[in-house]
Design a protein around this ligand. Sequence first.
Ligand SMILES: [Zn+2]
Ligand SMILES: [Zn+2]
Length: 265
Amino acid sequence: MAELISLYSGSSGNCSVVRCGAGYLLVDMGKGVRVTTGALREAGLEAAGCGGILVTHAHSDHVKGLSTFLKRHPLPVYGAEDTLAALEDANLLPAGCPVRVLDPAAGAETDVAGFGVRAFPTSHDVPCVGYRITTPDGKTMAIATDLGTLTPAVHAALSGCALVALESNYDPYMLRNGPYPYYLRARIEGPRGHLSNDECSEKLLELVQEGCEKFALCHLSQENNTPPLALQTVFTTFGAGGVVPGRDCIVQAQRRSEVSPALEF
Ligand SMILES: [Zn+2]
Ligand SMILES: [Zn+2]
């Protein structure tokens, strides 16, 4: 049995578990070690049982807790070369902690504790990747957060998965009428920023029509989105395409500061 468990998700911190039986991988760690360890315990997981940490990029909402966690648990860290170099430069990778480069351009699958992991490039304002993961029992999922645009490479990585975890960052109306200054708004809406609810839901409709049945909405903005709004956008888009959530698929908005219910795939 394979599961995605979001420990926390949003602009204030991101960390996900991809689990199969007793083994699991972490994707990112954007909150401190106490919060992360507590969330792992709540999910019934020991830190020591983690097979490795996959890092998407070096923004603090993805790596804030990494350094202290790795000092206590020297787990292997995986990421693109630029990202690992940025973490090294910032002294976030303790000595003695195994570091492995995954090349998002290569498209090759790397074995990480029995999981097949492939990084793929995403369009963000620092080097950034998503991950497509095949579990030891042969199930495939993909996770992509922090991307301003949905490229063919991203579609190829999400396509054919049993579960897709995709960013649904902001509602365009809330963003344009909210407190953010122009430059920040432009960054979020730009091609190297984040995905809106509409962009996310249109991609999910394509994927559900291709046969994907489980979706996690990730990285919701606190200021420019709400879980009901993100879900409603997906339901409206799906409805227009004749897709009924609950019957044809499951869609779950990931919680900001709490462990979300496990999504089996
Ligand atoms: Zn982020
Ligand atoms: Zn980011």
